[in-house]
Write a protein that binds this ligand. Structure first.
Ligand SMILES: [Zn+2]
Length: 667
């Protein structure tokens, strides 16, 4: 499962940090770089391990492109050929429009938008596209055996320009055949009914440890019979899978522990056989392996792109532990009992013995497949429910990716537009990254882990409000303790102003800006957003008499001002006590009232104002990343002596480089 945190406050401008995060922006997308902190301090063996895993991460790129849509590879290769051979005026408006479309295509790994799923509009005329294609020497075009340039043009023009053809990558509308109406390539020449029948015969209801049926195959008809073409060595995508295996084999030699070697061997066995039982064995081994500095994900993992939720796209992330941040979460978990004992919750609902959850904070070294260029901010795997239940899962926060988001959001005008005064702006600039990280750590490591149910309380009593209330509980735990002097004593924050910054951000978001994600006329539905809205509006209402928090109007703009931070902290404490009581007693009615009265509704006048102010900032809502370049150094005998990190590559440059060096599937 991938966690996408609310990071809509994106930008195009640069900030004080000397590392240049910003790379490019086009229409709704922007591209940043991420930095590899303390990479030089890793051992040579760890660097080599990261390098080999990174090559494996890049080698599966074509698989994702083909999974997304069957013409994607041919379209991408045509586009690469045009860009490589174009010698005309690059400032020409039409060419620039073509490049914008190409950049967006690279961003979403195909011709369909990664969020809306709609086909991208090329923004140029058919005639211009044909003239670009004709400008490429025919031997550079990705022609199929016996295909003429004319024929390729006649294939690609309707695919790209006919708005009704392959209009959506994933069609989820009820009442239509989601398989035939989706352009994605998990199924070929089969209907939804046929697919459902095919898998119904495989799935046994009483299987307590079911394999992930259908995860790694395309469904098609062979001689009129529905069948699977399995992604494996020698099977579908075999050429790319063999490259992944080759790099994983090199990685095994320098893996950190015997367990990690065993685990990688299982992954290779899975890639060679396509056997889903081996995939489960691999995931169990991977989930158990928690002590290493370097870790990774690599495989067919997430099923968001399949309308039937079975087929997984290929993805990879290579990562190493963020030592400093992990130190922080260790301090928190070591003091978990202190937090529990000192929380404002009624004593009968406190845990006598609380063990914090050690969330691991990592830095990304390479993104690949469906994690590139748009990266998740947190990852929690494996996905198989029975493995999660029996073995557990690994949860990581991607620190350097989050930091790149945070730092670049400081200079985009968002804060200046919505913060109440200059003092708030400078406080946020100074503390946002550290306060944000600590809030997340407290939320994850002790917030969710705290408290207990009353005797005989049904754990499912809160039903549809359970998630929002659980998030509120964890947020309130973090908010309440952020301003406690214990935090400064433990060295988790430099001073009290940092806590003020986190209160500023929380209420500004909960009372004002998070509704930029809600369409006009709609209410708040997502659980995290309902939680933030409920918490913020509740403390606002309860502190009204004492004017703890107030809305300020300047001209026709609304701002939030906190007048009494101490009093606000105690209001957070009051609400924490109440939310814990609701959970412990399973008080559905009180939970419903809290969420419905404070968390769901949006004031239409304020909503309109916020949306308008936000639109004027002209921000790109989707962020992607350029990978660093990992460059091995060798001695005169060809032995690797070091791996260096360089950040110089541009966005289009990297896409062209990957197209040339990591494309292993033929058309
Ligand atoms: Zn949470």
């Amino acid at each position: 499962m991938i966690r996408i945190v609310n990071k809509s406050e994106s930008t195009s401008t640069e900030t004080k940090d000397e590392f240049k995060y910003f790379v490019d922006q086009f229409e709704d997308m922007r591209v940043l770089k991420y930095k590899l902190p303390a990479f030089e301090e890793l051992s040579l063996q760890q660097k080599k391990f990261i390098y080999y895993l990174s090559e494996a991460a890049l080698s599966g790129r074509d698989i994702l492109w083909d999974q997304n849509f069957r013409y994607n590879l041919q379209i991408r290769k045509t586009t690469e050929a045009i860009i490589a051979s174009y010698s005309g005026d690059k400032e020409r408006a039409e060419y620039k429009s073509f490049i914008t479309w190409a950049k967006r295509m690279f961003f979403v790994n195909g011709i369909h938008h990664h969020y809306s799923s709609d086909k991208l509009k090329p923004g140029i005329t058919i005639e211009y596209f044909i003239s670009l294609m004709k400008g490429v020497p025919s031997e550079n075009l990705p022609l199929l055996a016996g295909q003429s340039v004319e024929n390729l043009i006649s294939v690609l023009v309707p695919v790209l320009f006919d708005e009704k053809l392959y209009a959506k990558k994933v069609e989820l509308k009820a009442g239509v055949d989601m398989i035939t109406e989706s352009a994605s390539n998990f199924y070929s020449g089969v209907t939804q009914k046929e697919v459902e029948k095919f898998y119904a015969s495989k799935i046994m209801a009483d299987d307590r440890r079911p394999v992930s049926h259908g995860l790694n195959s395309q469904v098609l008809k062979i001689d009129g019979v529905v069948a699977e073409n399995v992604y494996k060595s020698g099977g579908k995508y075999g050429a790319a899978i063999d490259k992944i295996v080759l790099w994983l084999e090199k990685a095994i030699v320098v893996a950190e522990t015997e367990n990690q070697k065993t685990e990688l061997n299982l992954l290779i066995e899975f890639y060679k056989s396509g056997d889903l039982k081996v995939w489960d064995e691999y995931n169990i081994a991977w989930a158990k392996n928690t002590g290493t500095m370097v870790d990774y994900i690599n495989g067919f993992i997430e099923n968001y792109e399949d309308p039937l939720g079975m087929k997984a796209t290929w993805e990879s992330v290579v990562e190493y532990t963020d030592v400093e941040a992990t130190r922080r979460t260790r301090i928190i978990t070591a003091n978990a009992q202190w937090f529990e004992d000192n929380s404002p919750v009624q004593s009968e609902y406190k845990k006598e013995k609380v063990t914090g959850v050690a969330a691991k904070v990592i830095n990304v070294a390479m993104l690949g497949g469906d994690c590139y260029p748009a990266s998740p901010l947190g990852i929690n795997l494996p996905n198989a429910n029975w493995i999660r239940k029996e073995i557990g899962s690994k949860s990581v926060t991607l620190a350097n990716i989050t930091k790149a988001h945070d730092i670049t959001s400081q200079g985009n005008g968002f804060l200046e537009e919505f913060a109440v005064d200059k003092a708030e702006v400078s406080r946020i600039r100074k503390y946002e990254t550290s306060a944000d990280a600590l809030h997340t750590d407290l939320h994850e490591c002790v917030g969710h882990a705290s408290g207990k149910l009353g005797e005989g309380t049904d754990p499912n009593a809160l039903k549809n409000y359970a998630s929002a209330l659980e998030e509120a509980r964890a947020d309130l735990f973090a908010l309440y303790f952020m301003m406690d002097k214990k935090i400064i004593e433990l060295g988790l924050l430099p001073d009290e102003d940092a806590a003020l910054a986190s209160y500023d951000t929380y209420l500004r978001n909960g009372l004002l800006t998070q509704i930029v994600r809600v369409k006009p006329g709609k209410e708040i539905e997502e659980a995290h957003m309902r939680n933030r809205s409920a918490v913020s509006h509740w403390v606002y209402e309860k502190g009204k008499v004492q004017n703890v928090v107030e809305f300020i109007k300047r001209g026709n703009k609304t701002f939030v001002k906190i007048n009494d931070y101490r009093r606000l902290q105690s209001l957070f404490g009051d609400l924490l006590r109440e939310v814990q009581r609701i959970k412990s007693e399973g008080d559905y009615e009180a939970g419903q009232r809290l969420i419905e009265d404070f968390g769901v509704k949006v004031d239409p006048v304020l909503h309109h104002e916020i949306l308008e102010r936000y639109a004027k900032l002209n921000l790109a809502p989707y962020t992607g990343f350029v990978n660093p370049m990992l460059i091995p150094a060798y001695d005169k005998n060809g032995v690797m002596t070091d791996v260096k990190v360089e950040y110089a590559e541009g966005y289009l440059e990297q896409m062209m480089y990957y197209g040339k060096n990591y494309s292993f599937l033929s058309l």
